[in-house]
Ligand binder design. Structure first.
Ligand SMILES: *[C@@H]1O[C@H](CO)[C@@H](O)[C@H](O)[C@H]1NC(C)=O
Ligand SMILES: *[C@@H]1O[C@H](CO)[C@@H](O)[C@H](O)[C@H]1NC(C)=O
Length: 579
């Protein structure tokens, strides 16, 4: 069964802005001339992951918890952004209830057990712990209790918590009073908040992620305005936000290193999301440079300061030159002082990587639109191959080989750091109640296999987090994109969960710690599709059940009442005729 919740194709997000037919044709002809997929790229690699490799799934607080104003939680910028109902979110959806996760801890831990994962990556809601965002204003004890119980429930099930401190839901009052990430003070408030979390949960949590995908937070929050707080400070706001986020990350790391590490023996890192950028023409130096630029503006923007002490040279050059052309006497890219550089360098115990898809990159050889912007600063064009399978989200094409290249790039650029894959996954193709998610299985299989190849190449990958446990609130896309292993029925009050076929498949990869041999891997696939058709029937039966409910609750009493009335009338007539 299929229900189409929203008409038309929403235009909220189009990362590939300049794909015209002309470009696509050019791409196809150039690809044909220059590229032959190597055998190794196309082939499947059978083998297992290193001993101790950790498998998990992820989620974030705002996307799943709901209970947005319960038990003392303060509002976040995303509560405000979704409540403003100015077309910010597809279908004017909010995350007031989301997956109702705040009230379903035991149930969700049971799902994690069923998946056989060894870790669960989730985020803490800053305003649930500090309602105003400022520690000195008071801590919400019920918030501490909630996460404390959750962490205990995971540990009791032998599931390691990987905890993100900030996944975009900034306390609203920090935005209103101080301008959020535009103000360097927010870095201090973040550091105080981080210390509170280390203090409250660090006895049990050994893996901390300071920020999740800060690039998207900066770009969509402060440049395009598609995310909270919805500001459009073109060409400036995002660089300033990122600058303060990097400082905040470093402060939190130092606070852990100085105060908590000796007692708690944990790790603190950051999670950066980046697609792979492949040159359109690998024999054209301009395309190679453009692809390198794409990666530096994406991953290097945050990773370079943390691993090498400063922004990538190519960002400094490009933004500096454009700023001068625009008549500014200073670069729009902020500058770290010498002291800050050495303070920031080396502040990551591991690199968290989020990755979903790949782009072909070529240099932009036509003049840019007027005015400063991130797009103009990069001087490049992003393209997709029309042959790549497209998944549920418009921007998400399945290109497994790009994952291996990104992992190898991170390995060589940043001195072979320990890497945790913190996000990787696929959304659903149709607005259907499809539990037979074959394409997610293919994506999972292809991407994890390329990760295995990257490990054989020498990348130091410690764990993999598939995105995500549940279908959930997908930011400006509302509930239209479904990334979950578990289907969530958002039309029902208590948000029931149903396993998709990929649950069965992922469980098999985890149990085997890889891909043992062709026969076995093939049997997983068949088994997964078998179980899902049963589950699909279960789900399809739901509307019938509620129809039955209407029958029993309304029809039966009505009919009975009518019967009694008719009987009464007949009895009266009978009595009258007798008398
Ligand atoms: C930045 O935050 C501080 C409080 O920490 C505040 O005094 C200051 O006015 C803020 N600056 C702006 C521009 O909002
Ligand atoms: C981290 O903490 C250790 C132990 O206190 C200290 O020796 C080291 O210098 C710290 N690292 C940095 C970069 O501050």
């Amino acid at each position: 069964m299929c229900f189409f919740r929203y008409g038309g194709e929403p235009g909220a997000m189009k990362p590939v802005k300049a794909v015209t037919l002309w470009w696509v044709l050019l791409l196809v002809s150039r690809l044909g001339a220059t590229r032959k997929e190597s055998l190794e790229e196309g082939s499947f690699y059978y083998g297992t992951f290193p001993l101790g490799f950790t498998w998990g799934v992820g989620s974030s607080a705002f996307q799943t918890e709901g209970a947005w104003d319960q038990d003392g939680k303060g509002p976040s910028i995303w509560d405000t952004f979704t409540h403003s109902r100015k077309g910010n979110v597809l279908g004017e959806e909010t995350a007031d209830v989301a997956c109702n996760g705040y009230y379903k801890v035991q149930e969700d831990v049971a799902l994690l057990r069923e998946l056989h994962v060894s870790h669960y990556r989730f985020s803490l809601s800053w305003p649930r712990l500090l309602p105003t965002g400022v520690r000195a204003d008071g801590v919400n004890k019920k918030g501490i209790q909630f996460y404390s119980d959750f962490i205990d429930a995971l540990l009791n099930s032998n599931i390691t918590p990987i905890v993100t401190l900030h996944h975009w839901d900034l306390p609203q009052l920090l935005q209103v009073n101080y301008g959020g990430w535009q103000n360097v003070s927010t870095a201090n408030y973040f550091s105080d908040y981080a210390s509170l979390c280390f203090e409250a949960f660090g006895d049990r949590v050994k893996h901390w992620v300071t920020f999740s995908d800060p690039r998207t937070m900066a770009e969509k929050g402060y440049e395009t305005g598609h995310h909270a707080p919805g500001l459009k400070l073109h060409g400036t706001g995002l660089y300033k936000a990122a600058h303060h986020v990097i400082k905040a990350h470093a402060q939190a790391w130092h606070s852990y290193n100085n105060t908590w590490r000796s007692k708690q023996q944990g790790l603190v890192g950051i999670s950066l999301n980046c697609d792979w950028g492949e040159p359109v023409d690998i024999s054209n130096p301009k395309d190679i440079e453009a692809a390198e630029r794409y990666l530096q503006f994406c991953l290097g923007w945050f990773a370079n300061p943390i691993y090498a002490g400063d922004y990538p040279q190519v960002m400094k050059d490009h933004i500096g030159r454009k700023s001068a052309e625009q008549g500014l006497d200073m670069s729009r890219l902020p500058v770290f002082s010498l002291q800050e550089k050495s303070y920031i360098k080396g502040t990551s115990d591991f690199l968290g990587l989020g990755h979903f898809t790949t782009r072909y990159i070529t240099e932009r050889n036509y003049p840019s639109r007027q005015g400063p912007s991130y797009q103009n600063d990069r001087d490049l064009v992003e393209l997709v191959d029309p042959n790549w399978p497209d998944l549920g989200s418009k921007w998400l094409h399945s290109v497994p080989w790009g994952f291996r290249r990104l992992l190898n790039f991170a390995q060589t650029q940043y001195g072979n750091p320990p890497i945790y894959v913190t996000e990787n996954g696929a959304s659903q193709k149709l607005h259907c109640t499809q539990l037979c998610d074959e394409w997610r299985i293919q994506y999972l299989k292809g991407y994890t296999n390329e990760m295995l190849k990257a490990i054989k190449d020498g990348a130091n990958i410690k764990g993999y987090t598939s995105w995500s446990l549940l279908d959930k609130f997908e930011w400006e896309r509302g509930y239209s994109d479904r990334y979950g292993f578990y289907y969530v029925d958002f039309n029902k009050k208590n948000r029931p969960r149903y396993p998709k076929a990929s649950v069965e498949y992922y469980k098999k990869i985890i149990t085997a710690n890889g891909f043992p041999n062709p026969q076995e891997v093939e049997s997983w696939y068949l088994k997964a599709l078998e179980t899902c058709s049963i589950n699909n029937q279960m789900l399809a039966a739901e509307p019938f059940l509620s129809y039955m409910q209407i029958m029993t609750e309304i029809m039966v009493p009505t009919v009975c009442t009518l019967c009694i009335l008719i009987a009464a009338v007949l009895l009266m007539l009978l009595l009258r005729s007798l008398s």
